[in-house]
Write a new protein. Structure first.
Lengths: 115, 112
């Protein structure tokens, strides 16, 4: 597709279950970001992948959160043992190069609800 | 660490009013500054950016000037329209890493 694709668009899960969120960036984009958008909290940085460099994981809120990017393309964000406070919209974004100089293209997000 | 602070919303204005949304930042080095916009039901998109002090970014009638002396990047528009109703996010990217940090967003309502 032409844009950043995220799946699923909505995910409802029970507390304690694991979830996987997928991001398919724009072809050729080397930079990929994950953010979390909560009501009143804005966009919270989670993790950043740039090419083959080690990812910047400084925004992951706990060791229950992890992400990987296979083959420099698709990325998966995994949340283990979900908690109610994990409920939020998870946004993925990609850019052609270093995002400080290139604009970010955002996906539509995954709305995660933990019951 | 780096941070962005923007005025809390919601901001409600009448059509054709003058708009200012304040944004200030804290950063090491020389950051690039951005405004992103999220229209209802749509994804975030870049509105404008400035990469060095005194630069002015502009797009769709919106402007913001990178003020290093006041560490600010306020968003302005001279005459808003109903179609400008959206959530606006100020953001920065440090020149030391490419991590982009966003503010909490300001919801703007324009009344006809």
């Amino acid at each position: 597709g032409a844009g950043v694709s995220q799946s699923p668009s909505n995910k409802v899960t029970e507390k304690g279950k694991d979830v996987e969120l997928r991001c398919d960036p724009i072809s050729g984009h080397t930079a990929l970001y994950w953010y979390r958008q909560s009501l009143g909290q804005g966009l919270e940085f989670l993790i950043y992948f740039q090419g083959n460099s080690a990812p910047d994981k400084s925004g992951l809120p706990s060791d229950r959160f992890s992400a990987e990017r296979t083959g420099g393309s698709v990325s998966t964000l995994t949340i283990q043992r979900t908690q109610q406070e994990d409920s939020a919209v998870y946004l993925c974004a990609s850019s052609l190069g270093a995002a400080g100089r290139e604009k970010l293209f955002f996906g539509s997000g995954t709305q995660l609800s933990v019951l | 660490g780096n941070s962005v602070t923007q005025m809390e919303g919601p901001v409600t204005l009448s059509e054709e009013a003058f708009l200012t949304i304040n944004c200030t930042y804290t950063a090491t080095g020389y950051p690039s500054l951005f405004w992103y916009v999220q229209y209802p039901g749509e994804g975030l998109q870049l509105l404008l950016k400035a990469t060095k002090a005194d630069d002015k970014g502009s797009n769709k009638g919106f402007e913001a000037t990178y003020r290093k002396e006041t560490t600010s990047f306020h968003l302005e528009k001279g005459s808003v329209q109903v179609s400008d109703s959206a959530v606006y996010f100020c953001a920065l990217s440090s020149n030391r890493d490419d991590k982009i940090i966003f503010g909490k967003g300001t919801r703007l309502h324009i009344l006809p």
